[in-house]
Each structure stands twice: as structure tokens, then as C-alpha cells.
Design a protein. Structure first.
Length: 687
């Protein structure tokens, strides 16, 4: 049997991933905002292992303007190493048919057989839309199938048609079929360009498609085909000539004629139903100019109340205070001691590794609840509305409405927060988002906030409130600063985002999503935190005392020696003691370490820690509250933990930008803490 490659192409949110999962039995993440699938994913057809299905990123057009378009375009044109699709299933959101068919007209030009799948037919039927698939099929010259991927309906016929088309090698773009015939002037220009590039295009590649791209001044195509200077100049003059003739820009001419053709097709076979869907009704309320933000605030408050204040915290407290304090450590200690392990090994495993890894795992229940609630909001469709509502506001700070999602996720953990920046199309907005998202206190920073509030400020709730406020203000100020730099100056881009129809969330999708995030978290605890905890334990337990290497008091440990070297940097910030320097440093491994390192250094339980820390701040500076608050701010705002740094590096895709991010964050934290401390202590001296 010959192997067949099917590519799924379509607009963002048209249901490609849902189709993919239904066909392959895969459990890829079905996201409810545009751009969730930036990379392409492949899988074998469940019913026929000879057929490979590839889920491409969502695109509105086949132009190379976004990473999604580049990935999808070069795959469809067979420009990626030996994996050319034999047939395209064009997943069309039938409730948005006009905009979706625009891409269809381009897909037909690629020379690959196209099957049109009218997905979400359940929604358009509910609205009362009338589509005649027979006429549509005749007009497009493509097989058309109605489907509801969500309910698994209508897919089998489409796949069979795709297999037949692949076997028949019917290639519309090459065999001359086309959906759009442009006006004579343009067809003439395309013919002339085709002649120029013919020698650069192999026979299995769509000359017309490339000629059209060149007509639309796509310079990437010229590079890909390897055109020489004279050829480029000739093409340029043809384009100019036609533009003068038609008195418009070549790109606009092409796209408006494509749209005209789509409208003409639709008048013959489509009638929009007048019924208001439930989605329209809900949207009138939740995206209402006056109600949107208050509704959003209430929903977010509830999410935090449930996950951070009630359910999540009860579970997290149990894991922290009972499981990792009263149950596991004594049991392991007993076990190791009865097995005859030496004291240092017991200390390494119990204090170092279980302490460190436990501190991270302790937050798992809180995160699970938070992720669950956020997934629910996303899956039902509300998240896309929030991004839509916030876009105008965020744009002022060099951010996108979609930056909201990373910020939100970062309240739990910066790592998925940074990863959640993927869907932001504008690279500069995405960079600014990555650079600022960890200013939001993550759950690992909560113990620091709690420690400082308890030790110096009598547990005032204002400290926690001010920490979040400081995070938000830092994002705003940084957005304004970064946006004004040359490298990150953002230009205004239209906000394109699908607002999918609301629907009841699906349990499988949500559990899958929560699990993917939790798993990443557990892996982090088992690898990075595991090793780092062992290292911290070693460095704070060993040292050279009286010229001899051995286990020493923390004050003489390697960690102390090291801390004393750079502690003076923090004197202007009010906390020049080496213990603070070292704990800020171990905070880079995991922010929980800021607190646990202090606990190790004082050799005290966490409950007695506040008093010790208060004494140390008082020794550091006469205005202990100013010093303590400065210490808090510095640790909240400086470079994040290693796991988050690795995530920054992955998402930035550049070591240079990772360095810039870390330097910016740490520099910003230093300046803010310096200013706050100096002003606060000066004011305290006066009043
Ligand atoms: P992609 O961006 O094209 O990969 O789209 P997804 O597969 O992520 O789907 C976007 C949203 O549309 C998800 O919330 C899906 O559950 C939903 N969806 C997909 N297919 C259908 C369908 O046939 N009917 C309905 N009502 N919803 C669908
Ligand atoms: Mg997808």
C-alpha cells in the first residue's frame, strides 16, 4: 500500500486540532485561542496506518507574514525535507464561511488536491444558516463535506474522498483548475511572471502560485526560487506597470478580487440565518463596554478565592505541613538510620532533597485547582473574550490583549506563563510579555511575601496586596520603557482573534490540559530542584574551618564565604548581610529557596523564622521595615528561577535576548528596591 500524507489546513479555531484528534485518536491540546498550534503535529490515521495526518498551524492566508503562515506554507508547498502532503483537507468554520473560503481560494493554487470540510455545521445549523454543499462544490470545483468534528460527524466521508484524490493525483493548481480567475490585466501579468520563473520551478510545483506570490511582492519567494537580479527587476516592472494600470497596490488588488469571487460563490449557495445564537446573547453582556471589566474582576476574584484562599490552600497546607513535615521526613530519617546511613547522608536526603523538592511539590494542589479553573474558563470560550477586552488597554504598554493569558498563568508559575506567550503574533509584543510576565508574584514567591509580612509587618494583608500591585506597576512601567527602545518599538497591528462560540467544556480536554501543566511542574521538581537542593545543602553544610575541610556551621560554609563576596552590593538596598545575599541567589534555583535557605541558615523551623529574620534586618539597618520591604521587592522582581530562565530562553529562541531579559529584570529590581529603600528610610528619619 502506498503511504498517503493528509494535511489539515485552515483558519485558527476552525477545528483542525479537533479533527486531528478525532482522526488519529491523539490527545493534542485543543486551544481556544488563535495560534495554540504553532508547530505542526503528525499522527497516523486510526483506521488506516498508511495514512499520516498533519495538523498545521491556523492561518488566514498563505502569505509569509507570521510564523504560522511560514510553517504551514512551506509544508504545503513541499519545501520541507521529503514530506510533501498528497492532499489537503481544508477545515472550514462554516459559521464564518466567507472569511474561511478566502484561504480555500489560495489552497487551490498550491497544486495539491483540496477537500473542503465544512466544519462546525452544528453551529451554523443552529443559527439557521443555509448552505447548499452541491452548488458550493460545483463553484469551487472541490469535493465539499459537512461535518461537526466536535461530535465526530462527517469525517469518514471526507477522509475517504481525500484518499481517493491522493490516489488519483488530481492536482487542481497544476492541472489548470482554479477557483479565482483574476481580471485580464492581472492574468496577463501572472502569465508573464510565470514565463520568467518557469526554469526555476520544477514540474511538480505550482508555477501559478509562485507567480502570484511574486506579484504580491513576496520577496521570500524570490529568494526561495533563486531568481537573479535581472529576473527580479523584470518582475518588479511588470508589477509596477499593472499597479499603475489598475491604480491600486498589487496585494490589495489580489485580495479584493479573491474576496469578490468568494462573495459571488456564496450568493449562489449560501444564506445567512437570522437567529441570534446563545453566544451572541452572552457576548452582548460580557464584552459590554461598561460591564466587561467588572464582570471580569468578579470572575478572577472567584478563581483566586477558590484556588488560593480556599480549596487549593487547604490541600497545599496539608502537603506542606503534614505530608512533607510530619509524615515523610521522620519516616525517611528512621528508615535511613535503621539502615545504618551516616548522619550526613540522612541530612542530605531529608534536609536537602526532600526539603527542596517537597517545597515545590507542596504547591501542586494549589496549582491543580488554579489550572483547572483557568482551563474551564478557556475551554468554554471566555478567555478569548478577556484578551479581546484587554487588548486596547494593553496595547498602550507595548503588550497585546493576549499578554493577559501569560500574566494570569504566571500568578501560578512563571514557566507555563512564559510558554503561554506563544500565541502573541507580534514578536515585539511577545518579547515584552516574556520580559515582564515574571514580575507577577508566582506561587513560589508567596512564602517570601508571607515571611516578610509576618516578620516585620505584623502579618498585614497590605503587604501581599502591595506585592501584586508592585508586579502590575512593574509591568506597566517596563512596558512603557521597553516599548520606547528601538529594538522593541511596536507598531500598531490589528487585533485578529477568533471569538469561538461558547460551549460546555469537555472534561477530557480540560483534564488533559491540567495534566500537561502539572506534569511539567513535577518534572521540574524531579530534575532541576532535586539537583539544586542537593547542591545548596552541600554548600551550606561544608566548608573550611581552621584550615580543615569538613561539615561546618553555616556561618563558615562555602555558601557563607561566597555570599560575603557579593553581599556588599546590597548595602545601598538596606540588606547587606550575607544571608540575604545567599538566599536571593538560591532563589534563582527556585523562589521557595529564599525562605528555605534562611531557615537552613538559622537552623530553625519555619515558625520561628520570622523572629530571626527580624533581628537580622534590624542588624542590617536601623529602619528594618524599609530594608525588609526592599528585600521583598528585589526578590519579587529580579531574574526568575532557572526553570523560568530556561523557558525564557526557549521562547525567545536567542541567548542574546535571554541575557537582555535577565539583565533588564535584575537591573530594574535593583533600581526599584534602591529607590524604595532610600526614600522610605529618608522619610523615616525625618518623621
Ligand atoms: P484549531 O485552532 O483549528 O486547531 O481549532 P480547535 O480544534 O482547537 O477548535 C477550536 C474550538 O472549536 C474548540 O473549542 C473546539 O472544541 C471547537 N470545535 C471544533 N470543532 C467543532 C464543531 O464541529 N462544532 C462545534 N460546536 N465546536 C467545534
Ligand atoms: Mg489547533
Amino acid at each position: 500500500m502506498k503511504k498517503i500524507n493528509i494535511a489539515l489546513a485552515g483558519n485558527p479555531n476552525s477545528g483542525k486540532t479537533t479533527v486531528f484528534n478525532a482522526l488519529t485518536g491523539g490527545n493534542q491540546y485543543v486551544g481556544n485561542w488563535a495560534g495554540v498550534t504553532v508547530e505542526k503535529k503528525s499522527g497516523k490515521l486510526r483506521s488506516d496506518k498508511n495514512v499520516t495526518v498533519t495538523d498545521l498551524p491556523g492561518i488566514y492566508a498563505l502569505s509569509p507574514y507570521s510564523p504560522e503562515e511560514v510553517v504551514a506554507g512551506s509544508f504545503l508547498l513541499g519545501e520541507m525535507a521529503d514530506e510533501k502532503p498528497d492532499v489537503i483537507i481544508n477545515v472550514i468554520d462554516s459559521s464564518n464561511i466567507e472569511r474561511n473560503l478566502y484561504l480555500t481560494t489560495q489552497l487551490a493554487d498550491t497544486g495539491i488536491p483540496v477537500i473542503a470540510l465544512l466544519n462546525m455545521i452544528d453551529i451554523s445549523q443552529k443559527r439557521g444558516d443555509k448552505i447548499d454543499p452541491k452548488i458550493l462544490s460545483a463553484e469551487l470545483g472541490l469535493p465539499v463535506f459537512e461535518a461537526s468534528a466536535l461530535r465526530g460527524k462527517g469525517l469518514t466521508d471526507a477522509v475517504n474522498a481525500a484518499k481517493n484524490a491522493a490516489a488519483a493525483k488530481a492536482s487542481p493548481g497544476i492541472s489548470g483548475h482554479r477557483i479565482v480567475n483574476f481580471s485580464p490585466e492581472i492574468e496577463d501579468a501572472i502569465t508573464r511572471i510565470s514565463k520568467i520563473i518557469k526554469n526555476h520551478v520544477t514540474s511538480d510545483k505550482p508555477v501559478r502560485f509562485y507567480a502570484l506570490s511574486l506579484f504580491e511582492k513576496d520577496s521570500l519567494t524570490a529568494d526561495k526560487l533563486g531568481l537573479n537580479e535581472t529576473e527580479r527587476a523584470k518582475i518588479e516592472s511588470i508589477v509596477k506597470e499593472t499597479e499603475i494600470l489598475l491604480n491600486d497596490d498589487s496585494e490589495s488588488i489580489i485580495s479584493s478580487q479573491r474576496y469578490d469571487r468568494v462573495s459571488a460563490i456564496l450568493t449562489s449557495c449560501y444564506e445567512k440565518g437570522g437567529k441570534k445564537s446563545a453566544t451572541d446573547v452572552i457576548d452582548n453582556v460580557v464584552t459590554n463596554r461598561f460591564l466587561a471589566l467588572p464582570i471580569f474582576a468578579v470572575i478572577m476574584f472567584l478563581v483566586y478565592y477558590i484556588s488560593v484562599t480556599t480549596i487549593g490552600t487547604i490541600a497545599t497546607n496539608w502537603v506542606n505541613d503534614t505530608l512533607f513535615t510530619e509524615i515523610i521526613p521522620p519516616a525517611v530519617t528512621n528508615g535511613l538510620e535503621s539502615a545504618g546511613a551516616s548522619a550526613w547522608l540522612v541530612s542530605l536526603i531529608v534536609d536537602g532533597i526532600i526539603g527542596g523538592v517537597g517545597a515545590i511539590l507542596g504547591f501542586l494542589p494549589q496549582m491543580a485547582v488554579l489550572f483547572l479553573l483557568l482551563s474551564l474558563l478557556e475551554d468554554c470560550g471566555y478567555m478569548s473574550r478577556i484578551a479581546f477586552i484587554l487588548d486596547r488597554l494593553f496595547r498602550k504598554f507595548g503588550l497585546s490583549g493576549k499578554s493577559f493569558i501569560p500574566f494570569l498563568v504566571s500568578t501560578g508559575c512563571g514557566v507555563p506563563g512564559i510558554m503561554a506567550s506563544k500565541p502573541i503574533e507580534d514578536e515585539k509584543q511577545r518579547r515584552i510579555t516574556i520580559m515582564t510576565t515574571t514580575f507577577i508574584p508566582c506561587s513560589a514567591k508567596l512564602p517570601i511575601i508571607a515571611l516578610i509580612a509576618g516578620a516585620v509587618f505584623g502579618n498585614s494583608a497590605w503587604i501581599a496586596f502591595s506585592a501584586y500591585l508592585a508586579g502590575i506597576l512593574s509591568i506597566i512601567v517596563s512596558g512603557l520603557i521597553l516599548k520606547s527602545t528601538k529594538a522593541l518599538k511596536t507598531k500598531d497591528m490589528p487585533f485578529i482573534m477568533e471569538l469561538p462560540a461558547y460551549h460546555v467544556p469537555r472534561a477530557a480536554n480540560i483534564l488533559n490540559h491540567v495534566w500537561i501543566q502539572l506534569r511539567a511542574f513535577i518534572i521540574k521538581a524531579g530534575t532541576i530542584i532535586f539537583l539544586a537542593s542537593a547542591a545548596v545543602w552541600f554548600l551550606s553544610s561544608f566548608g573550611v574551618e581552621n584550615g580543615r575541610f569538613g561539615m561546618v556551621d553555616a556561618d563558615f560554609s562555602f555558601l557563607a564565604d561566597f555570599g560575603k563576596i557579593f553581599a556588599p552590593i546590597f548595602i545601598p538596598l538596606g540588606f547587606g548581610q550575607w544571608q540575604f545575599a545567599v538566599s536571593s541567589l538560591t532563589g534563582l534555583v527556585a523562589k521557595e529557596n529564599v525562605v528555605s535557605t534562611l531557615a537552613v541558615l538559622f537552623g530553625t523551623s519555619e515558625s520561628g523564622l520570622g523572629t530571626h529574620v527580624n533581628v537580622l534586618f534590624s542588624a542590617a539597618h536601623v529602619y528594618a521595615p524599609a530594608a525588609a520591604y526592599s528585600f521583598l521587592l528585589f526578590n519579587l522582581l529580579c531574574a526568575p528561577c532557572f526553570a523560568a530562565i530556561a523557558a525564557v530562553n526557549r521562547e525567545m529562541g536567542s541567548a542574546k535576548w535571554t541575557m537582555i531579559t535577565l539583565l533588564y529584570q535584575t537591573g530594574f529590581a535593583y533600581i526599584v528596591s534602591l529607590a524604595v529603600f532610600q526614600i522610605w528610610s529618608a522619610a523615616a528619619a525625618i518623621f
